[in-house]
Design a protein around this ligand. Structure first.
Ligand code: DQA
Length: 146
């Protein structure tokens, strides 16, 4: 099984940006831990970060036929990108939406996700564990080897 982890805008600054909200863990550290977990689960994992909506959409299109599941933190695109939402709906790959912070406990504009309705589920508010649990779920739900 191959899992693609996608990080949207500004997530490259994790560990430096608004640490009271997003914590001290860097994106590199999250990816390293995911790599270790993937090894334990016996699955392949790949990573992609972009600050550009179109690049994320292109990557999702290219994922067809190469990945059995996607873990996606769309960053602020979560709240307004209908183009990203349409891409998720179009590609026919199960996408799990993740957020480090609990978007439902934050500003009103963050409480709505336009992408979540076309994802299989959403994990929000558990810091880096949102990603780690998403990987576990992806493996258990979509590896097709259960
Ligand atoms: C985020 C939440 C979004 O509202 C925000 O724009 C981000 C990060 C999170 O992981 O908590 O960039 O997706």
């Amino acid at each position: 099984m191959r899992v693609l982890v996608m990080h949207g805008p500004n997530l490259n600054l994790l560990g430096q940006r608004e640490r009271d909200i997003y914590g001290e863990t860097t994106l590199e550290e999250i990816n390293q831990r995911l790599t270790l977990l993937a090894r334990q689960y016996g699955v392949e994992i790949d990573f992609f970060q972009s600050n550009h909506e179109g690049d994320l959409i292109d990557k999702l299109h290219q994922a067809r036929g190469h990945f059995e599941a996607v873990i996606l933190n769309p960053g602020a695109l979560t709240h307004y990108s209908l183009a990203l939402r349409d891409a998720i709906a179009a590609v026919n790959i199960p996408v799990i939406e993740v957020h480090l912070s609990n978007i439902h406990a934050r500003e009103k504009f963050r409480q709505r996700s336009v992408t979540a309705p076309v994802c299989v589920g959403q994990i929000s508010g558990l810091g880096p564990y949102s990603y780690y649990l998403a990987l576990r779920a992806a493996v258990e739900l979509f590896s097709g080897e259960q």
